[in-house]
Design a protein around this ligand. Structure first.
Ligand SMILES: [Zn+2]
Length: 195
């Protein structure tokens, strides 16, 4: 396998980052490898996590969105039925489908850089490669890898102000109660189970 280019925004995770993520998520983030993308203010936005957690649990979502305000914006987009529309378009649009398939393969290759969990070896995240089941998970990949890797996520992120090309901080916005919502969707959407 040819080595991938480095993740363009990846930086080490500090003790302070772990503390900030605890506040973002309302719990400890497990399996932290690095910070794959940061908000404009420097807080973690996407955390890179090990495909197998400390307790042995497989964890396919290895690029995990933690940033509360962006999580809320994406949850609002999910609530409008965008995922069903995108999934229908994937069935009809060969170019979009091919790009999404490549994004799936990139996800697996990127995750393989940091470990292996055989239970999820062929499972990426967010419903890839044929469905769109969690926009948080696909957005996590797009934010970590930069534009041009996940066409579905790029399209969604382009509809949110202040996300492309750079994340402009909105951490002072009121986002109570959203972290739990996105935590559940990101962790289950890649497993192939319908909801
Ligand atoms: Zn911020």
């Amino acid at each position: 396998m040819t080595a991938l280019p480095p993740l363009p925004y990846e930086t080490p995770a500090t003790e302070h980052d772990l503390e900030v993520m605890r506040g973002q998520l309302g719990r400890d983030m497990r399996g932290v490898v690095s910070i794959a993308r940061r908000c404009g203010c420097g807080r973690p936005a996407v955390v890179r996590t090990s495909p197998r957690l400390e307790d042995g649990t497989p964890f396919p979502t290895s690029l995990y969105l933690t940033l509360p305000w962006l999580t809320l914006d994406i949850s609002r987009i999910e609530a409008t039925g965008t995922m069903a529309d995108l999934t229908e378009r994937l069935a009809a649009d060969e170019e979009l489908a091919a790009g999404y398939q490549r994004a799936h393969e990139r996800y697996l290759a990127r995750r393989a850089e940091i470990g292996d969990a055989e239970e999820v070896r062929h499972v990426s995240a967010g419903g890839m490669p044929t469905r769109v089941k969690c926009l948080h998970a696909v957005a996590g990949q797009a934010l970590a890898e930069g534009p041009g890797i996940n066409p579905v996520a790029d399209e969604v992120l382009a509809t949110i102000d202040g996300v492309l090309p750079e994340l402009v901080c909105r951490c002072d916005a009121d986002v109570d109660g959203t972290a739990e919502l996105h935590a559940t969707t990101q962790e289950t959407a890649g497993t192939g189970e319908g909801r």
